[in-house]
Design a protein around this ligand. Structure first.
Ligand SMILES: Cc1cc2nc3c(=O)[nH]c(=O)nc-3n(C[C@H](O)[C@H](O)[C@H](O)COP(=O)(O)OP(=O)(O)OC[C@H]3O[C@@H](n4cnc5c(N)ncnc54)[C@H](O)[C@@H]3O)c2cc1C
Length: 96
């Protein structure tokens, strides 16, 4: 009678796979890395992206509501950088 195959012990640290490198994937990774120790000292995060290269197409990025709350949780430096890169438009007027 053969013996059962040896059990592989799970790694002693959480490994996290994030699918997608849009705005949500890297933001989630940053949030996870800012969790209090000991969680952050042991986790490994991998982000996979199906697109082969960075894309520089698109339009403005609208941040409002929960988007602003999430940005603020990433740190004051990030909000300052986002505001510095933003436009100062207060109103869009559509005319037909
Ligand atoms: C037509 C349209 C116009 C929009 N215009 C605006 C606008 O002007 N301003 C604005 O702020 N927001 C706009 N939005 C909303 C904005 O695009 C989304 O809110 C935002 O992109 C969501 O970010 P995300 O990271 O969740 O998803 P996404 O930006 O969609 O990123 C998901 C990523 O995951 C990758 N992915 C998907 N499946 C896999 C897989 N199986 N394996 C690996 N990688 C994968 C994709 O390639 C992509 O890079 C628009 C949305 C649409 C549909």
């Amino acid at each position: 009678m053969s013996s059962p195959p040896p059990q592989t012990a799970p790694p002693p640290y959480p490994r996290i796979l994030i699918s997608g490198a849009g705005i949500a994937g890297p933001a989630l990774a940053l949030h996870l890395l800012r969790l209090p120790p000991p969680l952050t000292s042991t986790i490994t995060i991998t982000i996979v992206e199906r697109h082969p290269s960075l894309r520089n197409t698109g339009q403005q990025i609208d941040l409002r509501g929960q988007g602003i709350a999430a940005m603020r949780k990433l740190g004051a430096g990030i909000e300052d950088a986002v505001r510095a890169a933003g436009t100062q438009n207060r109103m869009v007027l559509l005319c037909w």
